[in-house]
Design a protein around this ligand. Structure first.
Ligand code: KG4
Ligand code: ZN
Length: 368
């Protein structure tokens, strides 16, 4: 079986590093599809008590974690740095102080080992999380695809064309959807990040109890806006005497409570509000994603980014009977991770799109 031995020899390993926000992550991925290791050091505990990411603390935590996280990724993969075909790293968008830690470390590893560097856009990484899994499962997705990237920093609709070229079709004019989840949760006294907490509590409320109006967009009808929904929640809270229940939840949030503990300090009316808020965000996301997909004749729909972990969104997308398959990443690949960065780097490696060692972090990097 000469061929097998030959095939083994050409297996391509990529080490990827991601540090754009509040997770320090490293992964080793084989041939753009087999995740040999994926290590994520979360800073949730650090930022949780502030109700959001504190940039200075984030870069400090990245500095602390970067060396052990990368070492662990290589160890778990049973691989050495010298065996890598490339080192992929997120160059943007993100917090500059956070990006710099991963980028500087990736550059120094590349310089010391001679392994070439590949610069990856974080948003492209989220899209490739889905492409990686589809390829691995033997069901490569058909293009053109419509990608909805929905996270704490982004709510964007892209057309994905052959050769992984992208066209921006719509984006949020104000908050990202994840940001809206986090802000509503914070306003109501829940912990950070708020998305997963609201997701777990929403099934206990009535999604039709509070009516939210979907923003009508002037100009590009495929753009999103979540500020109206967020303000509607604020007005709802202001119109009620909620101080005691909010204080009870604030007191709880440092202890990493589970659903039962949150339920004990959350009256039915508030659960109804959470369910209605989530329902409204999901409706907004899916309506605009479906309209964009239709406008480009999409053959598949990708929903990726932290908010793609939302169980309500997954159920609604699957139940919408859309005329093309809908792909979500498995939960571990939905939120920030480095395997998706390696996956996005894989086609760039084939095209020998290497980055120079003086490449800068680009906090406002765009995909198109
Ligand atoms: O992709 P990600 O890990 O980081 C960014 O690039 O922003 O996304 C984090 C965001 C946070 O806003 C978090 O609240 C949200 O994703 N999120 C969720 C869920 N899990 C994470 N939002 C709604 N439901 C969830 N299950
Ligand atoms: Zn992200």
């Amino acid at each position: 079986m000469k061929w097998v031995r030959f095939a083994k020899l050409v297996l391509v390993l990529i080490l990827a590093i991601e540090s754009s926000c509040d997770e320090t992550a490293a992964a080793v991925v084989e041939d753009g599809e087999a995740v040999l290791s994926s290590v994520v050091a979360s800073q949730m505990v650090t930022h949780g008590k502030y109700g959001g990411v504190v940039p200075e603390l984030a870069s400090r935590e990245h500095l602390r974690a970067i060396v052990p996280v990368v070492r662990e990724a290589l160890e778990r993969a049973g691989a050495r740095l010298s065996e890598m075909a490339a080192i992929a790293v997120t160059v943007g968008p993100g917090l500059v102080g956070s990006l710099l830690v991963g980028l500087t470390y990736a550059k120094s590893l590349s310089f010391a080992s001679g392994v070439p560097l590949i610069a990856v856009n974080h948003i492209e990484g989220h899209i490739h999380a889905v492409i990686l899994e589809a390829r691995r499962d033997g069901t490569p997705l058909e293009l053109p695809a419509l990608a909805l990237v929905v996270s704490g920093g982004h709510t964007h609709l892209f057309e994905v064309l052959e050769g992984y070229r992208y066209r921006l079709l719509g984006k949020t004019r104000d908050d990202a959807a994840g940001e809206a989840f986090d802000k509503v949760a914070k306003l109501l006294g829940f912990g950070y990040p708020g998305g997963p907490i609201i997701d777990r509590l929403a099934p206990y409320g009535n999604p039709r109890a509070v009516k939210f109006t979907v923003a009508r967009m002037k100009g590009n009808a495929l753009d999103f806006s979540f500020s109206g929904t967020k303000t509607a929640v604020l007005r709802w809270v202001e119109a009620r005497d909620m101080e005691a229940e909010i204080a009870a939840r604030r007191a709880l949030r440092t202890s990493n409570p589970g659903v039962e503990e949150w339920l004990a300090v959350t009256p039915q009316a508030t659960l109804d509000l959470l369910a209605s808020f989530q329902h409204s965000v999901i409706h907004e996301l899916l309506t605009r994603a479906a309209a964009s997909a239709e406008s480009i004749g999409a053959r598949s729909l990708i929903i990726s980014g932290g908010v793609a972990s939302n169980a309500g969104l997954r159920t609604a997308a699957k139940g919408a009977r859309l005329p093309y398959p809908v792909y979500f990443p498995t939960p571990g690949l939905s939120t920030d991770n480095a395997a998706m960065i390696a996956a996005a780097a894989f086609p760039k490696l084939a095209n020998r799109e290497f980055a120079a060692l003086d490449i800068q972090a680009q906090p406002n990097l765009r995909l198109t």
